[in-house]
Design a protein around this ligand. Structure first.
Ligand code: ACO
Length: 431
């Protein structure tokens, strides 16, 4: 067990409220991030803090991912994202996030075998896909199927279950998510499901289950596998974002792994979070349909009387550039050139980026392309339909969600997540 710790600090900050002084210890992270420990604020002063959207609130100590948004830095377990994307596979990165270190050769081989041997879905569960309408959004199907997995693991209800057993269940979830994702797609287009094959590696198997049919086997293209592998790595964790915080919040009530992850999938679905990759491509397609004028969309995004936002732009944390976006843009150019695809959406995306980066509105608000701005163009080139984009994001984010859920379970300090509020409703009213 590796419990994250902050640096020892003797510094304190004083909070003075109504003549009362509270000494708040200062917590210092490993990269010198500073936080005030206000855990005694309410009990000692009666005050709470107000921080809508939690922009200034650290909800936990975590040893998984480090982000420096001002300098465009992202590291998993201390390793820069650029190195991981260049040199490692998604399965290795999942091992790194979940177990805290890159796998040795024998660990990698054991982990891969575990993933391959557990990718099948219980046949009764496969029948459940038939009871959902084919119009079901694959994210709805995926979240429903992931929580349904709880029904197949009664041992999850045993509070005595040890981490060894839990680690096996974790690997099974990683193995099964790509099968569930691919089945969600096959059902949505009314094609028979395709079983995974032992001969394929993680990403290859997913592509096979998505695109093979009973009569034709999908020809695996290494360039496509590499591009998808990198997309998954770039999405694998992003510390306390909306979906990961959801996983931790649900998990803090000691809800099981599948229930917590299913909630994370739902949180990811929204267009301000993982749903942005679908929204970006829909936006680009509509610009292309209407003649390809990027300036109109920029003006609309700046217009405060409209609720429209430039999808794939802006980030709560990155205020200079999103390091994942730079890598994705390179993958996008390389893959499209290799596949000989001339996508008008890519042209429009580049025009929007160029115009926005010169525009005062975007400069002043520090709005840059985020990871979702170019990822949809890559997914489209691979042949992945738009409504599956956020499912791919969920597959990528799964190791991060699991790592955070596990870190929280292993923490000796188990505290249910329960924020406060400021009540602004009706005063006491009698009937
Ligand atoms: N287009 C136009 N204006 C924007 C955009 C945008 N994409 N993003 C932010 N702004 C403006 C806001 O209107 C606001 O302007 P104001 O100060 O004049 O009121 C200012 O920039 C700050 O915006 P907030 O919403 O306060 O920033 P926040 O950090 O809360 O939001 C978010 C971050 C949700 C990512 C936002 O930038 C956004 O909606 N982007 C588009 C959706 C998107 O791409 N989401 C994917 C995020 S990455 C991910 O989840 C993987």
């Amino acid at each position: 067990m590796n419990t994250p710790k902050s640096k020892q600090s003797i510094e304190t900050a004083k909070v003075i409220i109504g003549g009362q002084t509270l000494s708040c210890p200062i917590i210092t992270g490993i990269e010198n991030e500073k936080a005030l420990d206000i855990s005694e604020l309410r009990s000692k002063t009666g005050f709470v803090t107000y921080d809508e959207g939690y922009s200034n609130t650290a909800s936990c100590l975590s040893g998984i991912t480090y982000i420096d948004g001002e300098n465009g830095i992202l590291r998993y377990r201390g390793i820069p994202i650029e190195e991981l994307a260049q040199k490692r596979t998604f399965v290795e990165v999942a091992h790194l996030l979940i177990f805290g270190h890159l796998p040795s050769e024998s660990e990698r081989s054991d982990f891969s075998k575990l993933l391959t041997s557990n990718c099948m879905i219980h046949d009764n569960m496969v029948k459940l896909f038939d009871s959902l309408p084919s119009s079901s959004h694959p994210m709805a199907t995926l979240s429903a199927m992931v929580v349904t997995l709880s029904a197949y693991y009664p041992e999850l209800a045993n509070p005595e279950m040890d981490m060894g057993q839990m680690n096996k269940i974790i690997a099974e979830l990683l193995a099964k998510i790509r099968t569930l994702a691919a089945y969600s797609y096959k059902k949505s287009i009314g094609e028979p499901i395709i079983y995974p094959k032992r001969k394929y590696k993680y990403v290859e198997n997913f592509l096979h289950m998505m695109f093979s049919t009973p009569v034709d086997e999908y020809p695996i293209d290494q360039e496509v596998v590499d591009a998808l592998e990198k997309i998954l790595i770039l999405h694998a964790d992003h510390e306390q974002n909306c979906s990961t915080s959801t996983v931790r919040l649900v998990g803090s009530s000691q809800a099981n792994l599948f229930a917590s992850i299913s909630a994370g999938i739902c949180a990811l679905w929204g267009p301000l979070h993982g749903g942005a990759n679908q929204a970006v491509i829909e936006m680009l397609e509509s610009i292309v349909r209407e003649g390809g004028d990027a300036t109109k969309v920029i003006e609309k995004a700046k217009d405060k009387s409209s609720s429209f936002r430039l999808m794939g732009f802006g980030h709560r944390i990155y205020k200079n550039f999103d390091p994942r976006a730079n890598i994705i843009k390179e993958i996008c150019d390389k893959l499209l050139a290799k596949l000989g695809i001339n996508d008008p959406c890519l042209e429009v995306a580049k025009q929007i980026e160029e115009a926005a980066l010169k525009d005062d509105y975007f400069i002043q608000r520090k709005l840059y392309p985020n990871v979702d701005f170019y990822s949809g163009i890559i997914l489209r080139a691979i042949g992945i339909p738009t409504n599956m984009f956020t499912v791919i994001f969920a597959m990528g984010r799964l190791p991060g969600w699991i790592a955070h859920w596990k870190e929280q379970c292993e923490s000796p300090k188990k505290k249910i997540g329960r924020p406060r509020q400021i009540y602004v409703g009706a005063p006491l009213t009698h009937i």
